[in-house]
Ligand binder design. Structure first.
Ligand code: 1CP
Length: 387
């Protein structure tokens, strides 16, 4: 896929000519460990952050949720910013923040209704069941109009961070979003979304590209508003065969990274590092496809907890940086269990070499005790130090 800038339409964003001014209005960054590790530096210790670090395990989050619905929190910049800062205020050991939002705002921008039901999670009442349903999706999505609240939340959060740590922007990957859009919510079998891939491969690719275009515009908007790094979450990548991953899931992700980098370059922006978290896409052949940031556009790969960092480093070679990959349930392991596992895995990571961003292999779960998360961060600081 070519990355020549002329191919991509520049989204209509109000920050397009103002990003330098906006960037200069922010306090200087005091902790750049994350950005250095994402450039491939073997940092003095691993920067650490945790996927879904703002959320249901934090009493201060639950307090806010008593009086505001989930999407109200996403769509109100002051609330989204407050929730993003909650884990940063509580844990001075965190080295990154991630903007409070959800991957499902992209299907919303495409015109689909998305509800967040208390015990069920996301529900899309009118899923896409056949290619004729593609007609229901909005044609030319104006991300500023639909999702401008996220850009405002990012600018506000950079101010609230006062340079403590960098801010990560994100979106869902097209395959994961397609899965939600076709299933109508979470799924155990992925019956509807996977049958699309088998029955309607051409239309599936059309849908994936349509989603990818909105994702790319959304990421560009986040960077212009102040996001300092980006992550694309392909949470359901592991549902695909390696062949399907290569045919359906990866190409739109590559399209996103190339489009984002190309537009930013065209705007004179220095660009940001991008992480791809393709959970469960762990075949060695898949890792080989992801080994070269120059062709994929992804500087860093997020690993889930089912792979070993040394083994992955052999498969991907030295060019790409890695993020991960503590088992999220280690946080239920008690102080000693947490310390033992962080020490063990940190040794593997240091041996693996290259840029390492410490993280869990998937999001933190609701029943984790906040003090155990604090202890985990403490242990990563101690054991990830390089001699
Ligand atoms: O208050 C509530 O009940 C809502 C819980 C919640 C929260 C806090 C949801 C519902 N989403 C979020 C925020 C969120 N989601 C963030 C920002 C906060 C942070 O990371 O600190 C991010 C990055 C996401 C991304 C997200 N949403 C993913 C990708 C990451 C992953 O966990 O795989 C996915 C798949 C979703 C969908 C989603 N949103 C919410 C639920 C319950 C789900 C289904 C998947 C799940 O249960 O984790």
């Amino acid at each position: 896929m070519s990355s020549s800038s002329s191919e991509y339409a520049i989204p209509n964003l109000k920050n397009i000519d103002k990003w330098r001014e906006i960037e200069q209005s922010f306090p200087p960054l005091k902790n750049d460990l994350l950005l250095r590790a994402a450039r491939g530096e073997e940092t003095e210790r691993a920067p650490v952050w945790v996927m879904r670090q703002a959320g249901r395990y934090l009493p201060e989050f639950l307090e806010v949720r008593k009086s505001h619905s989930f999407f109200e929190c996403c769509q109100t910049p002051s609330l989204a910013s407050k929730l993003t800062l909650q884990p940063i205020d509580r844990y001075p050991r965190l080295d990154a923040s991630i903007i409070f939002c959800d991957i499902l705002v992209v299907p919303q921008a495409l015109g689909m209704e998305v509800l967040m039901e208390p015990s069920k999670g996301p529900v899309l009442p009118a899923p896409l069941r056949s290619p004729s349903d593609l007609e229901r999706l909005n044609k030319d999505v104006d991300v500023e109009k639909e999702l401008g609240y996220l850009f405002e939340a990012i600018t506000l959060t950079r101010k609230g961070l006062a340079g403590r740590v960098p801010l990560i922007g994100f979106c869902g990957a097209p395959w994961t979003l397609m899965a939600y859009m076709c299933e109508g919510g979470g799924s155990k079998t992925f019956e509807n979304s996977k049958s699309w891939l088998y029955k309607y491969p051409k239309e599936s690719k059309e849908l994936l590209r349509k989603v990818a275009d909105v994702c790319a515009d959304l990421l560009v908007g986040q960077v212009l508003a102040g996001a300092q790094m980006l992550q694309v979450f392909d949470s359901w990548a592991g549902e695909l065969t390696p062949h399907q991953y290569a045919e359906f899931a990866l190409p739109p992700c590559i399209y996103i990274s190339h489009k984002v980098k190309s537009i930013l370059k065209q705007l004179g922006h220095p660009g940001v590092a991008i992480t791809l978290f393709a959970k469960g896409a762990n075949a060695p052949s898949t890792f080989r496809l992801l080994s070269n940031p120059e062709t994929t556009g992804y500087d860093t790969l997020g690993l889930d907890w089912t792979v070993d960092p040394l083994e992955v480093r052999e498969w991907v070679g030295p060019k790409v940086n890695l993020q991960g990959n503590f088992d999220p349930t280690v946080l239920y392991g008690g102080k000693e269990g947490i310390e033992r596992e962080v020490e063990r895995l940190s040794e593997r990571w240091k041996k693996a070499g290259g840029g390492w961003i410490a993280n869990l292999g998937h999001g933190i779960t609701p029943n984790v005790k906040p003090e155990d998360m604090g202890w985990f961060l403490e242990c990563v600081h101690k054991y990830s130090k390089r001699d």
